[in-house]
Design a protein around this ligand. Structure first.
Ligand code: 4AD
Ligand code: MG
Length: 477
């Protein structure tokens, strides 16, 4: 007999005889009521055990965490709280769970404790909801780009280039780490390494995506990305997923339009498909906010925030304007920022980004035209010769969610930039070929997928929106 998903049973419009469900016991009350969850939906289905006719041995084994198969009739529930329940006719214990040892007790656990048990935390309501939303968001990303005729490109994970030029890379090698072969200069001889050269895990698929955009027109990558930055924050992972569209003939304005439309689409998609989970996460956040002192509480709930993003245009503000706002801001004047903004050219820290979004504009913001000095080599130089056509999208509670730009399409300007930065042109010969053969205006951006999931679920720490987070000093599981 095939089993039916709890979701389908709870959505049933009529009672059904002889159904089977399989799932994990969340709680077992009064030797009679099992709350069963199978992950298909947030809610449990109540299964009512005929305890008088069930052996005591079996009843003892119905414990939190146990896997069970249940056959019975789906009937209208007598109790409050659910429309349907299952009157159990047969119950089989598929896998026992020692109630003394099972870490996911039916009570509130701290997020820290759950992180230490990341292999089991998905058995809680919160993590079940987050991971279903994450899954739907990633489907929405493909749906959006596919509907628009973008081609999905799988850029390599192992690469020889450092797209962002930040040098925060994990090396990939098959040389013996303790005793690598040396060349005549006494340096590690990478010619003997697996690829015959130094390689690393990619920090971005952009450079390869650009080559594909120069043939396929509109492309996107969506894959894992690695950064060895030692940032132990609630916004950074060493392994995260990035979505990177790249579009031929788009200038920066078109790039901003695309990013805004895309983000609104995927959020709307998740709100339509994950209404139950998001309602639950909205309540979770509201409960959490209640623990905070009044002054620190957010005025908007999670669903309010999501609706706000759908209904309002993102504010487009140049870097230069932003610096003026920040210079004249209270926290800058009162030296409340950790990094005081003194002059044009300063790199913005997340405290500044969040001030702009949360206090000043109270809206998502797209900052554009940054100083060339603080941005990557591939961004298009403006006529002022000091700013580049960069854009960062800043979100409330998150800070930077998107980084992108119009790309420098002029070969000579790009070569000069590469030379100025001391990058060896030979390393990028293939990238420069796109500018040698049929170069064209083009633009793209990268959206940090976990930062999007963070925003949509209202969670506070990026470690809680990816199944098994990779962060400094932590690669368990
Ligand atoms: O701003 P970034 O570094 O831009 C790029 O990598 C470009 N090559 C993208 C492009 O134009 N195709 O990174 C893009 C986004 C950031 O805005 C942020 O959301 C996310 O990736 N991100 C991280 N997310 C989690 N952990 C980290 N360590 C991240 N670093 C960047
Ligand atoms: Mg960035």
């Amino acid at each position: 007999m095939k089993h039916t998903k709890v979701k389908d049973l709870l959505n049933s419009t009529k009672p059904i005889d002889d159904v089977m469900v399989k799932g994990w016991v969340r709680t077992f009350r009064n030797n009679q009521f099992i709350a069963l969850n199978d992950g298909s939906v947030l809610h449990n289905i109540q299964c009512v055990v005929d305890f008088e006719n069930t052996p005591a041995e079996t009843l003892k084994r119905i414990t939190t965490g146990a896997a069970v198969a249940i056959k019975g009739n789906l009937t209208e529930s007598q109790g409050a709280g659910q429309k349907y329940e299952i009157q159990v006719k047969e119950l089989e214990i598929l896998g026992d769970s020692d109630p003394e040892k099972f870490p996911m007790q039916p009570k509130k656990h701290s997020l820290e404790f759950l992180r230490e048990n990341a292999h089991l935390r998905v058995r809680t309501n919160v993590f079940g909801a987050i991971m279903r939303v994450r899954s739907v968001l990633s489907f929405a990303i493909h749906q959006y780009f596919q509907e628009k005729g973008f081609v999905y490109v799988n850029t390599p994970i192992i690469t020889g280039s450092d797209a962002e030029g930040a040098g925060e890379m994990f090396q990939v090698t098959s040389l013996p780490v303790g005793n690598p072969p040396l060349n005549e200069e006494g340096k590690i001889d990478y010619k003997q390494d697996f690829f015959g050269k130094e390689t690393n895990l990619t920090v971005s698929g952009q450079l390869e995506a650009e080559t594909y955009a120069m043939a396929l027109g509109q492309v996107y990558t969506f894959g894992p990305t690695f950064r060895a930055e030692n940032s132990n924050t609630s916004r950074h992972l060493a392994e995260f997923w990035m979505v990177e569209p790249e579009v031929a003939f788009n200038d920066l304005d078109a790039n901003m339009d695309l990013a805004e439309d895309f983000i609104q689409y995927v959020i709307k998609f998740a709100m339509d498909r994950c209404a139950d989970d998001l309602k639950f996460l909205d309540q979770r956040l509201a409960d959490e906010e209640k623990q905070k002192p009044q002054a620190e509480r957010s005025e908007l709930g999670l669903l309010d925030k999501l609706n706000f993003v759908l209904e309002n245009n993102f504010k487009r503000v140049s870097y230069t304007e932003a610096i003026d706002i920040l210079k004249n801001s209270k926290p800058n004047k009162n030296k409340k920022f950790n990094y005081i903004i003194e002059e044009w050219g300063a790199d913005l820290q997340s405290e500044h980004e969040r001030y702009l979004v949360e206090k000043h504009f109270k809206s998502p913001v797209i900052l554009f035209d940054y100083p060339a000095k603080i941005k990557a080599f591939y961004m298009r130089l403006n006529d002022d010769n000091k700013t580049v056509r960069a854009m960062d999208i800043l979100f409330p509670g998150i800070g930077e969610i998107v980084g992108g730009s119009q790309r420098e399409e002029r070969l000579d300007v790009l070569q000069q930039k590469i030379a100025d930065l001391g990058i060896d042109e030979k390393e990028l010969w293939w990238y420069l070929d796109t500018r040698r053969f049929g170069t064209a205006v083009h633009s793209g951006f990268g959206l940090g997928f976990e930062r999007l999931v963070l925003f949509v679920t209202g969670m506070g720490n990026i470690r809680d929106v990816i199944p098994f987070p990779r962060t400094p000093q932590n690669a368990e599981f």
